[in-house]
Ligand binder design. Structure first.
Ligand code: PLP
Length: 977
């Protein structure tokens, strides 16, 4: 007995031990290979002495607890949120997430741990799900082409406005804005338009813009149905804008589009909106997938990712990302949008909601919503209220002379959230979760207790809708068989499994993607995302209902400020790119507040991530590129020359630390000093924080503002390309310019007249960059739990082990593939760049061949050709174990040996396992085998692979064909024959 007990004691494992893949013994072996005596010595040697952070004495981060305790604490946090029936509307509707989708997508690591589908051969499942999303959006909106998700509706409208400016024949800078636009969209639009010199002109959609307003307007945005619930035919305004050569953007509700004539039917050029109500939980504002779709002729203007169809090497049809050359990572300061991480997981959910319900199911849901709204209108009239609009879909504006506020209060007490407009007016929105009992309860709240309420399902079914008959939808939608083939739960479950089986995600093996930090997304961290107290809160719920959320956000803001050395943090940005934009807009606001209107130049090193330059342009700045020297560091002489040349106009330097070359630059303090001396601000891109956490802080070595990627360093899963959270952290002098929000529950996070600091946190009073006040709060429990379970010590150790892993791979691979850049100590940071250009010269084998051959070995390729063309950037993270790291080394060395065999002439240059990779099962089974190498060499290049083989579903995909022949909707079933 006693011996068993003693053994248990020894088995005590902390969460950090589970999160970190290597054991102390493994680490000692790895340190030997790297040539360092200890983890501590390794990071002391790698990170420049001058920036080492002092050890933390009284951290705000509590001592780590285990998984059970952390979840118990989070339960208590959740308990301080109150879930009421959210009938506020304003672009957010409660929804039933089909359980088959919740369990098999949202809670399934095969979907949520996947990476962005840049390697299409291992991403066919998520690419199919996304082409379903695009088809769903283009069908419902009546547009020719839809992209694969925007960050939210508000930012999608901004993208629509920018697209309209690019595509419009009108050269003016005015944009017409429907006065019935969602208020949060209007706030974002105002903030973003001002930065890029666009003037907004408001008008009433019922009257249309005046001739004076039309003059010089490059486009218009209309809300359909309006924020007030009113349905107005937008076609007359669209015609008038078209007559002058302008572009019409319509922000449309996807569920309403099953009953109403689509934007395409009405002549719009662009449709935007959100797909939230298609089964994606409210989540206190996000994450949800926004959408953007365009008419024929504008597809090459679309921002963000676009899934298309092409063929593989065997002539089979295959999906891929189309027109990637439009994207920010390639076009940099010429990019038209900075969107990188989007909302892929949520787009997959929304598309599957449409697949599951089909066109009839969606119409049924929409009819029920519309009829319940009609019943509710009758009830309100019976209670003496005026129903303000004749045409409506799901939202009523009600006038209760003098008693709107008391009705809203009574509703709150009865468990309902309505939207108070003014002393006389309120709004109420119906959604698919509204049942007749809710109508009965609201009748009592309205004071219609003694009228008969048609409180049965039948009464709802017999009611008409408020949709104007002139706008009845006549065009068909979702006619592709995929939207009617999966009606039973068994079929649906199998379809989801069929798709995820095609894909490679973290649940199969390492994804060593430099710059992307694909680490463990622990099950405990994910647990709370679907708890109703986090999932079913409306973003504009009253403060008293969301105290748990505000506490959690407050914790995170404090913790993240501490670990980065800043004074204040905003979690509002929905992705790293949006954090960049928020930070740069804060810098802009700061300079302008001091009368420095001419400070508009943003210095960016040539090695920077493409989003940096794109964000700078969207913040109204001019990009000036700073050169790098041959060691990959910022060229100090060039930096000094550029700061001198632009001294009067210098707004900021944007620099990534450690650099995108995976190196700790020794001159960082000096670089920051030079920029400050010239009157500029320093933006430190924090995407590589996994190399610093616990060891150095941006704020200490000269940063004024940074964004972090919670979906990299802090364990939010990548979701196949989103969601993300990109908090922006800053010094106190920038706090007033960080993103606030007109509807924020915390007064110190609110913009507008009633903004004030109500705590000890600096107030954020800049304009919003996301539709919801706290961005994507429902995934913040992931980061909260991670920090809570790691503590400062665990986070610090994770950094050390991440740096060890990269240096271990560099040491073992450097003979076969030169490591392009190292720091002064000869060490790399948390990632290393393998130079494959010499290999190509010697053997003709390209970086593409190596990446695709890694698929045959059962690996996801490292980051390809970023930041240097012809290289692979490898980032193992702390979560991988030694066996997996060694498996990767073995694969890379085997590939090197194969390349050498090609060079020796053992295999022809055009027929060898590298250029033919990846190999599908069909390619080795079907027909005569006619290659110079064996079938076994093709598909089992490593020993012991037979039992754990990942089979790619397609062979190498022809990228060029798909761009020349653009098809971005579900292809007909026969096409797969
Ligand atoms: C990932 C990354 C970004 C952009 O972050 P998103 O969340 O994808 O928008 C910016 N800079 C660097 C260095 C990155 O690695």
């Amino acid at each position: 007995m006693t011996s068993i007990l003693r053994q248990d004691d020894n088995l005590q494992t902390t969460f950090a031990d589970r999160h970190i893949g290597t054991t102390p013994a493994d680490q000692r072996a790895m340190l030997d290979v790297v040539g360092q005596p200890s983890l501590d010595a390794l990071v002391r040697a790698a990170i420049p002495e001058s920036i080492h952070a002092a050890p933390v004495t009284d951290s705000s981060i509590p001592t780590a607890v285990g998984e059970t305790e952390a979840l118990a604490e989070l339960r208590a946090v959740a308990g301080r949120n109150t879930v009421r029936r959210a009938m506020i509307g304003l672009g957010y509707a409660d929804t039933h997430t089909p359980a088959v989708i919740q369990r098999n997508v949202l809670e399934n690591p095969s979907w949520y741990t996947a990476y962005t589908p840049y390697q299409p051969e291992i991403s066919q499942g998520r690419l199919e799900a996304l082409i379903n999303f695009q088809t769903m959006v283009s069908d419902l909106t009546g547009m020719a082409t839809a992209g694969a998700s925007m960050l939210d509706e508000g930012t999608a409208v901004v993208e629509g406005m920018l697209l309209a400016r690019r595509a419009s024949k009108v050269k003016g800078d005015a944009f017409l804005v429907d006065a019935d636009l969602l208020p949060q969209t209007a706030a974002i639009l105002g903030h973003r338009a001002e930065a890029v010199g666009i003037t907004l002109r408001g008008f009433d959609a019922a009257d249309g813009p005046t001739d004076a307003q039309l003059d010089g307007a490059f486009g218009v945005v209309l809300q359909y149905p309006g924020a007030s619930g009113r349905v107005v035919d937008p076609s007359r305004t669209i015609e008038r804008v078209h007559a002058g050569g302008g572009i019409a953007v319509v922000a449309a509700d996807l569920l309403a589009m099953t009953l109403l004539a689509s934007p395409g039917d009405l002549g719009a050029d662009v449709a935007v909106g959100t797909s939230q109500r298609f089964g994606v939980p409210l989540g206190f504002g996000g994450p949800h997938a926004g959408y953007l779709a365009v008419r024929a002729g504008l597809e090459r203007q679309l921002p963000g990712r676009l899934v298309g169809v092409s063929f593989d090497a065997d002539g089979s049809m295959a999906y891929r990302l189309s027109l990637q050359t439009r994207e920010q990572h390639i076009r940099r300061e010429k990019a038209t949008s900075n969107i990188c991480t989007a909302q892929v997981l949520l787009a997959v959910m929304a598309s599957m909601y449409a697949v599951y319900h089909g066109p009839e199911g969606l119409r049924f849901i929409a009819h029920r919503v519309a009829r319940t709204t009609t019943v509710l209108a009758d009830v309100a009239r019976a209670a003496g209220a005026e129903v303000v609009h004749d045409g409506f879909f799901d939202t009523l504006t009600l006038r209760f002379a003098g008693r709107a506020e008391s009705v809203v209060t009574a509703a709150h007490e009865a468990g309902y959230l309505l939207h108070l407009v003014d002393a006389d007016t309120l709004q109420v929105s119906v959604d698919e979760t509204t049942v007749p009992e809710d109508v009965v309860a609201l009748a009592a709240v309205f004071g219609a207790a003694d009228v008969t309420v048609p409180g049965t399902e039948t009464a709802v079914r017999d009611a008409g809708t408020g949709v104007p008959s002139a706008l009845d939808r006549e065009s068909a939608f979702l006619t592709h068989p995929v939207f009617s083939a999966h009606r039973s739960e068994t079929r649906m479950m199998r379809y989801l499994k069929h798709l995820s089986d095609k894909d490679y995600a973290l649940d199969r093996g390492m994804i060593p993607l430099g710059s992307c930090t694909m680490k463990l997304n622990a099950a405990t961290e994910m647990a709370a995302v679907t708890w109703p107290e986090f999932a079913r809160l409306h973003p504009f719920a009253p403060r008293e209902d969301v105290q748990g959320y505000l506490d959690m956000i407050g914790d995170l803001e404090t913790w993240l400020a501490e670990v980065t050395g800043y004074d204040t943090v905003s979690v509002q940005p929905n992705a790293g790119s949006q954090g960049e934009l928020a930070g740069l807009l804060a810098i802009r606001g700061y300079h302008r507040s001091r009368g420095d209107e001419s400070r508009t130049v943003c210095l960016i090193p040539s090695s920077a991530h493409g989003t940096n330059a794109a964000s700078a342009v969207l913040a109204g700045m001019r990009v000036v590129v700073v050169a790098c020297d041959e060691d990959g560091n910022v060229d100090l002489d060039d930096l000094r020359a550029k700061t001198t040349e632009h001294a009067e106009q210098l707004a900021a330097l944007m620099i990534t630390y450690p650099s995108t070359h995976g190196v700790y630059e020794h001159d960082i303090t000096e670089i920051c000093g030079a920029v400050h001396d010239a009157g500029g601000q320093v933006y430190v891109d924090g995407a590589n924080l996994n190399a610093l956490l616990g060891h150095a802080r941006f704020g200490d070595f000269g940063g004024d503002v940074s964004h972090l990627n919670l979906h990299k360093t802090f364990c939010i899963p990548h979701g196949g390309g989103g969601p993300g959270v990109g908090p922006v952290a800053a010094k106190a002098h920038l706090a007033p310019f960080l993103p606030g929000h007109p509807m924020a529950q915390d007064a110190d996070r609110r913009t507008g007249a009633d903004a004030s600091a109500d705590g000890d946190r600096p107030a954020h009073a800049g304009g919003p960059v996301s539709a919801a006040p706290y961005g994507s709060p429902s995934i913040l429990p992931i980061t909260w739990t991670y920090v809570r379970m790691m503590g400062v010590e665990g986070l610090t150790r994770a950094t050390e082990v991440a740096v060890l892993g990269a240096n271990y791979l560099a040491a073992r691979l450097r003979e076969a593939f030169p490591v392009l850049y190292t720091g002064e100590s000869g060490l790399v940071a948390h990632e290393c760049i393998l130079d494959l250009r010499p290999l190509r010269e010697a053997t003709g084998i390209t970086v593409d061949d190596v990446a695709k051959r890694l698929i045959d070995h059962g690996f996801h390729a490292p980051t390809m050709s970023f930041p240097v063309a012809g290289t692979l950037m490898v980032e193992p993270t702390e979560s991988e174990d030694l066996a997996e790291l060694d498996r990767f080394v073995d694969a890379m060395l085997a590939i090197r040996a194969e390349a050498d065999a090609v060079a020796r002439g053992a295999w022809p240059a055009e027929d060898n396992p590298l250029v033919n990779a990846p190999h599908t099962a069909a390619s080795v089974i079907t027909g005569e085998w006619q290659h110079a190498y064996t079938r076994e060499q093709a598909v089992y290049p490593a020993a012991g692979q037979a039992g754990r083989k990942y089979w790619p579903p397609v062979r190498r995909i022809d990228q060029a064909y798909g761009d020349r022949n653009l098809v971005c909707a579900c292809p007909p079933v026969e096409a797969f024959a």
